[in-house]
Design a protein around this ligand. Sequence first.
Ligand code: ZN
Length: 518
Amino acid sequence: MPLTARLPLHRLFLARRPAIFINHARVAWSIFGRPCSCTATLSAEHGDATKSAVAKSLETTDSGIPQPTADHRDLAVKQDLFTTSAYSPGSPLFLPNGADMLNKLSACLRAQYPQFGFREVISPNIYKKSLWEKSGHWDKYAKDMFEVRGRGATGEKADAEIGENEAFGLKPMNCPGHCLLFASETRSYRDLPIRYADFSSLHRNEISGALSGLTRVRRFHQDDGHIFCRPSQIEDEIKQTMAFIDLVYRKIFHLGLYRLVLSTRPEDYIGEISEWESAEEQLKAALDHSGLDWKLNEGDGAFYGPKIDIILKDSDGKEHQTATIQLDFQLPQRFKLTYDEESGSETPVMIHRAVLGSLERFLALLIEHYNGCYPFWISPRPLAILSVAQSQDELTAVESARQLLSGMSEKVEIGSFSKAPILRPLIHTDIDTSARSLSKKVREANTKGYNFVAVIGPNDVKENTISLMVSRTRNRPETLDFIDFMKQRYNLPESQGNLKLTARQTRQIFEHLQDNYL
Ligand SMILES: [Zn+2]
């Protein structure tokens, strides 16, 4: 068992956070600091070249015990999260545990979208060269893009017309595709804002020497979003986006305090000064409204629009840039996007935004932030059920508990091939009914890092109960509080530190944890 596993979680957080953020200073920057705008640098600042060296260093915690610094690549091996292959450098191959976590990240964002007015879209991975020429990528960033050639698209014919023998590019970002979606219908001012979200895979041809883990990759997914709005709607959209970021960072991932920086019109701007001034005023109003500390970074905006950077503050007061909200006056013009105003045809403003940024990079941050001890809802190993022995009664009780606790219907007979519909996400549950001693099985489950271990023995079969071992180091303080509450409410007995409760009571705890991102 690692030393850290014996620290209570709240101390673990206190102890580890500074080092985690030091370790992640540039990683976090890279996760969020890669704006999805078409005119943004594709091969933006990448992770930390000295990371592995840092990872090997030791820090001293408040316990005075030197602790190895978390490295998501090491933890990923221990927890079977992902692997890599020389056959596709920079494109992680996610094992079921890692895929489970990545899917939970996108599901968590997806669940929030309706209340922020986003509709999810699905867009192509490859587009013809002419689209990338229109967006400006082919001129500036072709070397960072993968070219795709297929039958009838060799790209060999000079001066080919659109649709004629063109090369294709594998998309590094979603913005041009979303412009095509906006342009696919006639838009009125009454339709705006239109907010598209997209979890497409994206590819960027990073140099092979820089590839590492989940932080420097060629293939990744973003929780990408684009808002098309009237210039007068900018303030409300920015307020909404900041509320979204606040919800996700603070209430779901408990990532701590952050502040905001507004970067304004640079010297080489495009567009009208009045347009910039109005946009900047609205951004300032939205920032004031947030109640958070913000500062002005004058003249540091992109030439196509002002932006807000979100800076995370760790418990030591150290700061790290995370998400960026980017206004764009240019891309709608390049794509000749219009909507009908009462006074005539107008060009919408485009806002690029990603709350988590690259899901792979964000996952790397979480793995290290939690040091492999995840909240139940996102844990790759939330629950193991162990049998004490191998009597038929126990084996049946274990299987029955697995179905009920993971969230399958109780009505389906065990072993039956027919299944009932599933109503909410299942909790992945491992079982161990091997002939080994219980102490060995418990030890192995602890090493693997399950949030909960349920044991079923002969007495449990008789009494229709479960002995639930609650890891105090692998669950959040709010989780432990809720379990204490359940203990009092149902007057649950304890035996050798394990809770005795029914499968239904256990399921009630799990549903509460899932529903509250604990
Ligand atoms: Zn974008």
